[in-house]
Design a protein around this ligand. Structure first.
Ligand SMILES: [Zn+2]
Length: 257
């Protein structure tokens, strides 16, 4: 069964507990018996963010499955060697695991994640593109933020008009319509809104050409980070890690990410 490994944890001396997202069955947790000893069946094939083919068997006593063996389909070794790519992969998968129900298959979501991992593995990180893809991912999970029309008054934005990312209303509002608390203003400048509108009209393969300036990157990042935390009603571990490591806000040279 084609799956993306999210994480594995020790279970006793010989077994591992593996959380994975399978294309046909959605999120599942399996027990890889003797995986810490059996090089033949597993041989390091259960590493995070690897695409594997898993042989599964149901267990009667609980919701876990047995993982009988694992074959690597795509290893994505560069992701594991680069802490920033690893953190990005971890963030997208954490969001996916939080907002998509267990054991609920979603082929479109799976293919999006596989393409995303492939891109992380093979190309330089582009912070603007990553945020556009995060918006796309939120859409696939059913939380697409409204970007073109103010969700409160239903009116559009002027060409040189900025807005405020409204958490309650789930999208970009006029500053006068926003109901955000005073400490969560989340302003988005006219340039940022223009780029978001352009991105929604462009073919996906061309979005890589769009670049937000440093200010735009910071304001959109703040809006998205606040929005996912607000949706969850709690912190998000991988996002906190990226913030602590200084990975999510523009550096002096915005190409180093
Ligand atoms: Zn409005």
């Amino acid at each position: 069964m084609r799956s993306i490994i999210l994480r594995k944890n020790d279970r006793g001396e010989a077994d591992e507990l593996v959380t994975f997202f399978s294309r046909d069955c959605g999120w599942m947790t399996g027990i890889a018996k003797n995986s810490k000893k059996s090089r033949v069946r597993f041989g390091g094939n259960l590493e995070p963010y690897t695409i594997v083919d898993l042989n599964l068997r149901h267990r009667k006593r609980d919701d876990f499955v047995w993982i009988d063996d694992a074959t690597i389909l795509r290893a994505f070794t560069s992701i594991r060697l680069n802490v920033e790519s690893f953190a990005r992969a971890s963030y997208f998968l954490e969001i996916t695991s939080i907002f998509s129900p267990e054991s609920s298959p979603d082929e479109i979501l799976f293919d999006f994640m596989e393409d995303f991992l492939s891109q992380l593995d093979s190309s330089r990180l582009n912070p603007s593109l990553l945020m556009l893809q995060e918006i796309e991912l939120l859409g696939l999970l059913g939380y697409s933020p409204t970007l073109n029309v103010c969700p409160i008054c239903s009116k559009s934005f002027g060409v040189n008009e900025g807005g405020v990312f409204g958490l309650d209303s789930g999208g970009v509002c006029h500053a006068s319509c926003s109901t955000n608390r005073i400490d969560q203003q989340l302003a988005l400048s006219p340039d940022t809104l223009t780029l978001l509108r352009k991105a929604s009209e462009l073919e996906k393969s061309l979005r890589n050409r769009l670049r937000l300036n440093s200010k735009g990157q910071t304001e959109l990042r703040k809006a998205l980070s606040s929005f996912v935390r607000w949706l969850r009603g709690a912190d998000i571990k991988s996002l906190r890690f990226m913030e602590t490591m200084g990975m999510v806000y523009p550096l002096e040279n915005e190409n180093i990410f």
